[in-house]
Design a protein around this ligand. Structure first.
Ligand SMILES: Nc1ncnc2c1ncn2[C@@H]1O[C@H](COP(=O)(O)OP(=O)(O)O)[C@@H](O)[C@H]1O
Ligand SMILES: [Mg+2]
Length: 451
Protein backbone atom coordinates (compact mmCIF):
# COMPACT_ATOMS: atom_id res chain seq x y z
CA UNK A 1 0.00 0.00 0.00
CA UNK A 2 1.51 3.28 -1.08
CA UNK A 3 0.60 6.85 -0.71
CA UNK A 4 1.78 9.23 -3.38
CA UNK A 5 2.20 12.85 -2.47
CA UNK A 6 4.00 15.92 -3.56
CA UNK A 7 4.56 19.30 -2.03
CA UNK A 8 4.47 21.20 -5.25
CA UNK A 9 1.46 21.87 -7.42
CA UNK A 10 -0.68 19.02 -8.60
CA UNK A 11 1.50 16.25 -9.88
CA UNK A 12 1.20 14.70 -13.21
CA UNK A 13 -0.32 11.35 -12.52
CA UNK A 14 1.82 9.79 -15.19
CA UNK A 15 4.87 11.07 -13.46
CA UNK A 16 3.72 9.67 -10.17
CA UNK A 17 3.39 6.32 -11.77
CA UNK A 18 6.71 6.67 -13.56
CA UNK A 19 8.66 7.97 -10.66
CA UNK A 20 8.65 5.46 -7.93
CA UNK A 21 10.39 7.85 -5.57
CA UNK A 22 7.26 9.99 -5.30
CA UNK A 23 5.50 7.13 -3.68
CA UNK A 24 6.14 6.50 -0.07
CA UNK A 25 4.74 3.92 2.24
CA UNK A 26 1.65 5.13 4.07
CA UNK A 27 3.20 4.28 7.41
CA UNK A 28 6.08 6.66 6.78
CA UNK A 29 3.77 9.61 6.34
CA UNK A 30 3.41 9.62 10.09
CA UNK A 31 2.16 12.89 11.51
CA UNK A 32 2.88 14.92 8.42
CA UNK A 33 -0.06 16.24 6.53
CA UNK A 34 0.22 15.62 2.83
CA UNK A 35 -0.48 18.67 0.75
CA UNK A 36 -1.17 16.92 -2.51
CA UNK A 37 -3.64 14.29 -3.56
CA UNK A 38 -3.21 10.75 -2.36
CA UNK A 39 -2.74 7.95 -4.80
CA UNK A 40 -3.18 4.60 -3.24
CA UNK A 41 -1.91 1.60 -5.14
CA UNK A 42 -3.04 -1.59 -3.56
CA UNK A 43 -1.52 -4.95 -4.15
CA UNK A 44 -4.21 -6.93 -2.39
CA UNK A 45 -7.52 -6.48 -0.63
CA UNK A 46 -5.96 -6.31 2.85
CA UNK A 47 -7.59 -4.49 5.73
CA UNK A 48 -7.00 -0.87 4.85
CA UNK A 49 -9.87 0.97 6.48
CA UNK A 50 -7.89 2.24 9.48
CA UNK A 51 -4.91 3.56 7.59
CA UNK A 52 -6.97 5.11 4.83
CA UNK A 53 -9.36 6.77 7.19
CA UNK A 54 -6.44 8.35 8.94
CA UNK A 55 -4.78 9.59 5.78
CA UNK A 56 -7.89 10.66 3.92
CA UNK A 57 -10.04 12.23 6.58
CA UNK A 58 -7.37 13.66 8.85
CA UNK A 59 -5.51 15.39 6.06
CA UNK A 60 -8.63 16.17 4.04
CA UNK A 61 -6.77 15.55 0.80
CA UNK A 62 -8.56 13.49 -1.79
CA UNK A 63 -7.32 9.95 -2.21
CA UNK A 64 -7.67 7.94 -5.38
CA UNK A 65 -7.28 4.23 -4.90
CA UNK A 66 -6.16 1.86 -7.62
CA UNK A 67 -7.06 -1.72 -6.86
CA UNK A 68 -5.72 -4.88 -8.44
CA UNK A 69 -7.71 -7.36 -10.46
CA UNK A 70 -9.37 -9.49 -7.83
CA UNK A 71 -12.49 -10.60 -9.64
CA UNK A 72 -15.76 -8.74 -9.83
CA UNK A 73 -17.13 -9.65 -6.44
CA UNK A 74 -14.03 -8.88 -4.43
CA UNK A 75 -13.34 -5.71 -6.35
CA UNK A 76 -16.85 -4.38 -5.73
CA UNK A 77 -16.67 -5.20 -2.07
CA UNK A 78 -13.29 -3.53 -1.75
CA UNK A 79 -14.35 -0.47 -3.75
CA UNK A 80 -17.37 0.23 -1.56
CA UNK A 81 -15.33 -0.35 1.57
CA UNK A 82 -12.68 2.12 0.42
CA UNK A 83 -15.26 4.76 -0.46
CA UNK A 84 -16.88 4.23 2.91
CA UNK A 85 -13.51 4.80 4.53
CA UNK A 86 -13.15 8.21 2.92
CA UNK A 87 -11.42 7.48 -0.38
CA UNK A 88 -12.72 9.78 -3.13
CA UNK A 89 -12.71 7.31 -5.99
CA UNK A 90 -11.59 3.83 -6.89
CA UNK A 91 -10.17 2.62 -10.17
CA UNK A 92 -9.52 -0.96 -11.04
CA UNK A 93 -6.50 -2.11 -13.01
CA UNK A 94 -8.62 -4.65 -14.76
CA UNK A 95 -11.39 -2.27 -15.84
CA UNK A 96 -9.62 0.95 -16.63
CA UNK A 97 -8.14 1.16 -20.08
CA UNK A 98 -5.67 4.00 -19.94
CA UNK A 99 -5.07 4.20 -16.28
CA UNK A 100 -2.61 7.09 -16.46
CA UNK A 101 -5.08 9.35 -18.25
CA UNK A 102 -7.95 8.24 -16.03
CA UNK A 103 -5.97 9.13 -12.95
CA UNK A 104 -4.79 12.41 -14.39
CA UNK A 105 -8.27 13.56 -15.40
CA UNK A 106 -9.65 12.84 -11.98
CA UNK A 107 -6.84 14.58 -10.17
CA UNK A 108 -7.27 17.54 -12.47
CA UNK A 109 -10.96 17.84 -11.78
CA UNK A 110 -10.43 17.51 -8.06
CA UNK A 111 -7.73 20.16 -8.21
CA UNK A 112 -10.14 22.65 -9.75
CA UNK A 113 -12.78 21.90 -7.14
CA UNK A 114 -10.29 21.94 -4.27
CA UNK A 115 -8.89 25.27 -5.39
CA UNK A 116 -12.36 26.71 -4.95
CA UNK A 117 -12.97 24.94 -1.66
CA UNK A 118 -9.81 26.52 -0.29
CA UNK A 119 -10.59 29.97 -1.70
CA UNK A 120 -11.77 32.92 0.41
CA UNK A 121 -15.09 32.87 -1.46
CA UNK A 122 -15.92 29.61 0.25
CA UNK A 123 -13.77 29.85 3.36
CA UNK A 124 -15.11 33.25 4.42
CA UNK A 125 -18.76 32.69 3.60
CA UNK A 126 -19.60 29.04 4.07
CA UNK A 127 -18.36 28.17 7.48
CA UNK A 128 -17.93 24.68 8.83
CA UNK A 129 -15.14 22.25 9.58
CA UNK A 130 -17.04 19.03 10.15
CA UNK A 131 -16.27 16.23 7.76
CA UNK A 132 -19.95 16.15 6.77
CA UNK A 133 -20.01 19.81 5.82
CA UNK A 134 -16.76 19.54 3.91
CA UNK A 135 -18.04 16.57 1.93
CA UNK A 136 -21.21 18.45 1.16
CA UNK A 137 -19.27 21.46 -0.13
CA UNK A 138 -17.16 19.19 -2.30
CA UNK A 139 -20.29 17.82 -3.90
CA UNK A 140 -21.88 21.22 -4.37
CA UNK A 141 -18.74 22.68 -5.94
CA UNK A 142 -18.41 19.70 -8.23
CA UNK A 143 -22.00 20.06 -9.40
CA UNK A 144 -21.64 23.81 -9.88
CA UNK A 145 -18.50 23.48 -11.97
CA UNK A 146 -19.14 20.38 -14.01
CA UNK A 147 -22.85 19.97 -14.37
CA UNK A 148 -25.83 21.97 -15.54
CA UNK A 149 -28.37 19.45 -14.30
CA UNK A 150 -31.11 20.53 -11.97
CA UNK A 151 -30.29 20.30 -8.31
CA UNK A 152 -32.52 19.53 -5.36
CA UNK A 153 -31.28 20.67 -1.95
CA UNK A 154 -33.05 19.13 1.01
CA UNK A 155 -32.59 19.84 4.67
CA UNK A 156 -34.30 21.32 7.71
CA UNK A 157 -35.03 24.99 7.87
CA UNK A 158 -32.02 27.22 8.51
CA UNK A 159 -29.39 24.69 7.51
CA UNK A 160 -27.99 26.81 4.68
CA UNK A 161 -29.88 25.59 1.61
CA UNK A 162 -30.29 29.02 0.10
CA UNK A 163 -26.66 29.89 0.78
CA UNK A 164 -25.60 26.76 -1.12
CA UNK A 165 -27.92 27.59 -4.01
CA UNK A 166 -26.25 31.00 -4.24
CA UNK A 167 -22.85 29.36 -4.24
CA UNK A 168 -23.82 27.13 -7.15
CA UNK A 169 -24.94 30.15 -9.12
CA UNK A 170 -21.81 32.11 -8.26
CA UNK A 171 -19.54 29.26 -9.35
CA UNK A 172 -21.50 28.51 -12.51
CA UNK A 173 -19.11 28.99 -15.41
CA UNK A 174 -21.61 29.60 -18.19
CA UNK A 175 -20.46 32.35 -20.47
CA UNK A 176 -22.49 35.55 -20.24
CA UNK A 177 -24.30 34.13 -17.26
CA UNK A 178 -27.65 35.66 -16.38
CA UNK A 179 -28.90 36.34 -12.93
CA UNK A 180 -30.14 34.28 -10.01
CA UNK A 181 -33.89 34.56 -9.64
CA UNK A 182 -35.39 33.34 -6.40
CA UNK A 183 -39.02 32.42 -6.09
CA UNK A 184 -40.48 31.48 -2.75
CA UNK A 185 -43.07 28.83 -3.57
CA UNK A 186 -44.94 29.42 -0.30
CA UNK A 187 -46.08 32.73 -1.76
CA UNK A 188 -47.05 31.51 -5.22
CA UNK A 189 -50.73 32.25 -5.61
CA UNK A 190 -52.60 29.63 -7.60
CA UNK A 191 -55.28 32.12 -8.62
CA UNK A 192 -52.80 34.33 -10.47
CA UNK A 193 -52.43 31.48 -12.96
CA UNK A 194 -48.69 31.45 -12.64
CA UNK A 195 -47.93 35.00 -13.66
CA UNK A 196 -45.00 34.99 -11.21
CA UNK A 197 -43.47 32.33 -13.44
CA UNK A 198 -44.73 33.17 -16.89
CA UNK A 199 -45.16 36.90 -16.66
CA UNK A 200 -48.22 38.48 -18.16
CA UNK A 201 -49.28 40.82 -20.90
CA UNK A 202 -50.98 44.07 -20.14
CA UNK A 203 -54.65 43.63 -19.38
CA UNK A 204 -54.43 39.87 -19.24
CA UNK A 205 -56.52 39.95 -16.09
CA UNK A 206 -58.09 42.52 -13.81
CA UNK A 207 -55.35 44.50 -12.17
CA UNK A 208 -52.70 43.63 -14.76
CA UNK A 209 -52.17 47.23 -15.76
CA UNK A 210 -48.67 46.78 -17.03
CA UNK A 211 -46.90 43.83 -18.59
CA UNK A 212 -44.70 41.98 -16.19
CA UNK A 213 -41.70 39.77 -16.69
CA UNK A 214 -42.03 36.41 -14.97
CA UNK A 215 -39.36 34.35 -13.27
CA UNK A 216 -38.61 32.38 -16.45
CA UNK A 217 -37.83 35.50 -18.43
CA UNK A 218 -35.70 36.95 -15.65
CA UNK A 219 -33.79 33.71 -15.12
CA UNK A 220 -32.98 33.24 -18.80
CA UNK A 221 -29.30 32.36 -19.09
CA UNK A 222 -29.02 32.22 -15.32
CA UNK A 223 -30.43 30.25 -12.42
CA UNK A 224 -33.97 29.81 -11.21
CA UNK A 225 -34.08 29.02 -7.51
CA UNK A 226 -37.40 27.63 -6.32
CA UNK A 227 -37.32 27.87 -2.55
CA UNK A 228 -39.66 25.57 -0.60
CA UNK A 229 -40.59 23.77 -3.80
CA UNK A 230 -42.56 21.25 -1.71
CA UNK A 231 -45.23 23.94 -1.25
CA UNK A 232 -45.86 24.35 -4.96
CA UNK A 233 -49.49 23.58 -5.85
CA UNK A 234 -49.92 20.44 -7.96
CA UNK A 235 -51.44 22.34 -10.89
CA UNK A 236 -48.43 24.63 -10.99
CA UNK A 237 -46.08 21.64 -10.94
CA UNK A 238 -47.71 20.41 -14.14
CA UNK A 239 -47.22 23.77 -15.82
CA UNK A 240 -43.62 24.04 -14.71
CA UNK A 241 -42.86 20.54 -15.88
CA UNK A 242 -43.64 21.55 -19.43
CA UNK A 243 -41.38 24.58 -19.33
CA UNK A 244 -38.53 22.57 -17.87
CA UNK A 245 -38.92 19.95 -20.59
CA UNK A 246 -39.60 22.17 -23.57
CA UNK A 247 -37.75 25.27 -22.38
CA UNK A 248 -40.53 27.37 -23.87
CA UNK A 249 -43.54 29.10 -22.33
CA UNK A 250 -46.23 31.64 -23.03
CA UNK A 251 -46.80 34.64 -20.81
CA UNK A 252 -50.29 34.83 -19.32
CA UNK A 253 -52.57 36.53 -21.84
CA UNK A 254 -49.95 36.33 -24.55
CA UNK A 255 -49.87 34.03 -27.53
CA UNK A 256 -46.22 34.11 -28.45
CA UNK A 257 -43.88 31.36 -27.33
CA UNK A 258 -40.78 32.51 -25.54
CA UNK A 259 -37.78 30.43 -24.73
CA UNK A 260 -35.84 30.34 -21.50
CA UNK A 261 -32.74 28.37 -20.57
CA UNK A 262 -31.86 28.26 -16.94
CA UNK A 263 -30.26 26.08 -14.33
CA UNK A 264 -32.94 24.92 -11.95
CA UNK A 265 -32.20 24.68 -8.25
CA UNK A 266 -34.93 23.69 -5.82
CA UNK A 267 -34.89 23.57 -2.05
CA UNK A 268 -37.29 22.05 0.43
CA UNK A 269 -37.47 21.00 4.03
CA UNK A 270 -40.08 18.41 3.15
CA UNK A 271 -39.47 14.77 2.47
CA UNK A 272 -40.37 14.84 -1.21
CA UNK A 273 -40.22 11.06 -1.51
CA UNK A 274 -43.05 10.89 0.97
CA UNK A 275 -44.94 13.81 -0.57
CA UNK A 276 -44.66 11.94 -3.84
CA UNK A 277 -45.93 8.69 -2.35
CA UNK A 278 -48.86 10.51 -0.79
CA UNK A 279 -49.79 12.25 -4.00
CA UNK A 280 -48.85 15.79 -3.03
CA UNK A 281 -45.90 15.96 -5.38
CA UNK A 282 -45.90 14.85 -9.00
CA UNK A 283 -43.56 11.99 -9.72
CA UNK A 284 -42.58 13.29 -13.17
CA UNK A 285 -41.88 16.75 -11.77
CA UNK A 286 -39.83 15.21 -8.98
CA UNK A 287 -37.59 13.41 -11.45
CA UNK A 288 -37.05 16.64 -13.33
CA UNK A 289 -36.07 18.74 -10.34
CA UNK A 290 -34.02 16.07 -8.57
CA UNK A 291 -31.45 15.03 -11.13
CA UNK A 292 -28.70 15.91 -8.63
CA UNK A 293 -29.60 15.78 -4.98
CA UNK A 294 -27.82 16.95 -1.89
CA UNK A 295 -28.91 16.84 1.71
CA UNK A 296 -27.74 19.44 4.22
CA UNK A 297 -27.45 17.88 7.66
CA UNK A 298 -28.98 19.67 10.66
CA UNK A 299 -26.63 21.41 13.05
CA UNK A 300 -27.10 18.70 15.71
CA UNK A 301 -25.37 16.27 13.36
CA UNK A 302 -22.33 18.51 12.97
CA UNK A 303 -21.78 20.10 16.32
CA UNK A 304 -18.14 20.86 15.53
CA UNK A 305 -19.48 23.56 13.23
CA UNK A 306 -21.30 25.45 15.98
CA UNK A 307 -18.40 27.45 17.39
CA UNK A 308 -16.78 28.34 14.06
CA UNK A 309 -20.19 29.54 12.87
CA UNK A 310 -20.81 31.45 16.09
CA UNK A 311 -17.42 33.20 15.83
CA UNK A 312 -18.14 34.02 12.22
CA UNK A 313 -21.49 35.61 13.07
CA UNK A 314 -20.00 37.43 16.05
CA UNK A 315 -17.38 38.94 13.76
CA UNK A 316 -20.16 40.35 11.62
CA UNK A 317 -21.68 42.08 14.63
CA UNK A 318 -18.66 43.35 16.52
CA UNK A 319 -15.37 44.71 15.30
CA UNK A 320 -12.91 43.62 16.57
CA UNK A 321 -14.38 40.20 17.18
CA UNK A 322 -14.26 39.77 20.99
CA UNK A 323 -14.69 35.98 20.96
CA UNK A 324 -16.61 33.97 23.53
CA UNK A 325 -15.67 33.17 27.11
CA UNK A 326 -15.29 29.46 27.81
CA UNK A 327 -18.59 29.42 29.70
CA UNK A 328 -20.53 30.97 26.85
CA UNK A 329 -18.76 28.78 24.28
CA UNK A 330 -19.77 25.74 26.33
CA UNK A 331 -23.39 26.86 26.33
CA UNK A 332 -23.41 27.46 22.59
CA UNK A 333 -21.84 24.10 21.91
CA UNK A 334 -24.26 22.11 24.04
CA UNK A 335 -27.50 23.92 23.25
CA UNK A 336 -30.10 22.56 20.85
CA UNK A 337 -30.89 24.47 17.65
CA UNK A 338 -34.21 23.42 16.15
CA UNK A 339 -33.89 26.40 13.77
CA UNK A 340 -30.34 25.32 12.92
CA UNK A 341 -27.80 27.88 11.69
CA UNK A 342 -30.40 30.63 11.43
CA UNK A 343 -31.26 30.21 15.10
CA UNK A 344 -27.58 30.23 16.05
CA UNK A 345 -27.05 33.43 14.10
CA UNK A 346 -29.98 35.10 15.83
CA UNK A 347 -28.74 34.03 19.23
CA UNK A 348 -25.28 35.41 18.49
CA UNK A 349 -26.79 38.71 17.32
CA UNK A 350 -28.80 38.93 20.48
CA UNK A 351 -25.80 38.22 22.67
CA UNK A 352 -23.60 40.66 20.75
CA UNK A 353 -26.15 43.44 21.18
CA UNK A 354 -25.94 43.05 24.96
CA UNK A 355 -22.17 43.08 25.04
CA UNK A 356 -20.17 46.09 26.20
CA UNK A 357 -16.51 46.90 26.42
CA UNK A 358 -13.42 44.92 25.60
CA UNK A 359 -13.01 41.27 26.51
CA UNK A 360 -14.90 38.22 25.33
CA UNK A 361 -18.65 37.68 25.40
CA UNK A 362 -19.40 36.88 29.05
CA UNK A 363 -22.17 34.80 30.64
CA UNK A 364 -24.08 37.96 31.56
CA UNK A 365 -24.36 38.81 27.85
CA UNK A 366 -26.52 35.73 27.40
CA UNK A 367 -30.20 36.72 27.59
CA UNK A 368 -31.89 35.33 30.70
CA UNK A 369 -34.19 33.01 28.76
CA UNK A 370 -31.17 31.36 27.18
CA UNK A 371 -29.31 30.58 30.37
CA UNK A 372 -29.00 27.03 31.67
CA UNK A 373 -31.53 26.21 34.32
CA UNK A 374 -34.12 28.40 32.68
CA UNK A 375 -36.50 26.48 30.41
CA UNK A 376 -34.53 23.34 31.20
CA UNK A 377 -31.73 24.27 28.83
CA UNK A 378 -28.21 23.12 29.51
CA UNK A 379 -29.36 19.83 31.01
CA UNK A 380 -26.69 17.17 31.00
CA UNK A 381 -27.88 15.33 27.90
CA UNK A 382 -26.47 17.70 25.29
CA UNK A 383 -23.18 17.83 27.21
CA UNK A 384 -23.11 14.08 27.38
CA UNK A 385 -23.88 13.82 23.72
CA UNK A 386 -21.15 16.32 22.89
CA UNK A 387 -18.61 14.34 24.93
CA UNK A 388 -19.60 11.02 23.38
CA UNK A 389 -19.65 12.57 19.93
CA UNK A 390 -16.11 13.86 20.45
CA UNK A 391 -15.00 10.40 21.59
CA UNK A 392 -16.56 8.69 18.58
CA UNK A 393 -14.94 11.16 16.23
CA UNK A 394 -11.62 10.55 17.91
CA UNK A 395 -12.05 6.88 17.14
CA UNK A 396 -13.06 5.52 20.55
CA UNK A 397 -14.66 2.08 20.55
CA UNK A 398 -18.07 1.41 22.04
CA UNK A 399 -16.53 -0.70 24.79
CA UNK A 400 -14.19 2.11 25.83
CA UNK A 401 -16.96 4.70 25.80
CA UNK A 402 -19.18 2.50 27.96
CA UNK A 403 -16.35 1.72 30.38
CA UNK A 404 -15.37 5.35 30.72
CA UNK A 405 -18.97 6.35 31.41
CA UNK A 406 -19.25 3.65 34.08
CA UNK A 407 -15.98 4.66 35.69
CA UNK A 408 -17.05 8.27 35.89
CA UNK A 409 -20.44 7.32 37.35
CA UNK A 410 -18.78 5.15 39.99
CA UNK A 411 -16.28 7.83 40.90
CA UNK A 412 -19.01 10.44 41.32
CA UNK A 413 -21.11 8.06 43.42
CA UNK A 414 -18.16 7.36 45.72
CA UNK A 415 -17.41 11.05 46.07
CA UNK A 416 -21.02 11.82 46.90
CA UNK A 417 -21.21 9.05 49.48
CA UNK A 418 -17.82 9.75 51.09
CA UNK A 419 -16.42 6.45 49.90
CA UNK A 420 -19.20 4.35 51.44
CA UNK A 421 -19.50 1.32 49.17
CA UNK A 422 -23.05 0.34 50.17
CA UNK A 423 -24.50 3.80 49.67
CA UNK A 424 -22.60 4.34 46.42
CA UNK A 425 -23.95 1.00 45.19
CA UNK A 426 -27.51 1.99 46.19
CA UNK A 427 -27.18 5.23 44.33
CA UNK A 428 -26.16 3.42 41.16
CA UNK A 429 -28.73 0.66 41.52
CA UNK A 430 -26.25 -2.19 41.83
CA UNK A 431 -25.29 -4.47 44.73
CA UNK A 432 -22.28 -3.48 46.80
CA UNK A 433 -20.68 -6.80 45.91
CA UNK A 434 -21.05 -6.08 42.19
CA UNK A 435 -19.58 -2.64 42.66
CA UNK A 436 -16.60 -3.98 44.60
CA UNK A 437 -15.97 -6.70 42.04
CA UNK A 438 -16.00 -4.22 39.21
CA UNK A 439 -13.45 -2.04 40.94
CA UNK A 440 -11.27 -5.02 41.81
CA UNK A 441 -11.45 -6.33 38.25
CA UNK A 442 -10.40 -2.97 36.91
CA UNK A 443 -7.46 -2.74 39.27
CA UNK A 444 -6.48 -6.25 38.27
CA UNK A 445 -6.63 -5.27 34.62
CA UNK A 446 -4.20 -2.49 35.23
CA UNK A 447 -6.79 -0.12 33.80
CA UNK A 448 -6.25 3.50 34.71
CA UNK A 449 -7.15 4.31 38.28
CA UNK A 450 -10.40 6.16 38.59
CA UNK A 451 -10.88 7.20 42.18
N1 LIG B 1 -22.30 27.23 6.69
C1 LIG B 1 -22.72 28.49 6.86
N2 LIG B 1 -21.84 29.50 6.95
C2 LIG B 1 -22.25 30.76 7.14
N3 LIG B 1 -23.53 31.13 7.24
C3 LIG B 1 -24.46 30.16 7.16
C4 LIG B 1 -24.11 28.80 6.95
N4 LIG B 1 -25.25 28.07 6.90
C5 LIG B 1 -26.26 28.93 7.05
N5 LIG B 1 -25.81 30.19 7.20
C6 LIG B 1 -26.64 31.38 7.43
O1 LIG B 1 -27.78 30.97 8.18
C7 LIG B 1 -28.94 31.61 7.69
C8 LIG B 1 -29.93 30.58 7.20
O2 LIG B 1 -29.42 29.98 6.01
P1 LIG B 1 -30.36 29.69 4.75
O3 LIG B 1 -29.48 29.38 3.61
O4 LIG B 1 -31.35 30.79 4.57
O5 LIG B 1 -31.10 28.37 5.27
P2 LIG B 1 -32.30 27.56 4.64
O6 LIG B 1 -32.50 28.07 3.24
O7 LIG B 1 -31.85 26.14 4.69
O8 LIG B 1 -33.48 27.80 5.51
C9 LIG B 1 -28.48 32.56 6.62
O9 LIG B 1 -28.25 33.81 7.21
C10 LIG B 1 -27.19 31.97 6.15
O10 LIG B 1 -26.35 32.94 5.61
MG1 LIG C 1 -34.64 29.01 3.15
Amino acid sequence: MWYGRTNTAWPSAKRIIELGQHLEPLEELGERTPSGPGLLFMSGSGDVAGAILQAASASRVPVLAVIPALGHEQESELAWRLLGAGVRDVLSWSETESLGAAIEDRLDRWAQADGILDSPLVGENLIGRSAGWRRLLEEVVDIALFSSASLLITGETGTGKELLARLVHTLDRRRGKGSLVTLDCTTVMPDLSGSEFFGHERGSYTGAHAPREGAFALAHGGTLFLDEVGELPLAMQAQLLRVIQEKTYKPVGGNEWRSSEFRLICATNRDLEREKAEGRFRTDFYHRVAVCRIHVPPLRERREDILPLARHFLGKELDPNPGFSETVAGLLRSREYPGNVRELRQLVRHVAARHAGPGPISPGDVPAAERPGVLGRGSTEPDLEAAIRASVLRGARLKDIGRTAEEIAERVAFEQEDGNVQRAADRLGVTSRALQMRRAARRGNGASATA
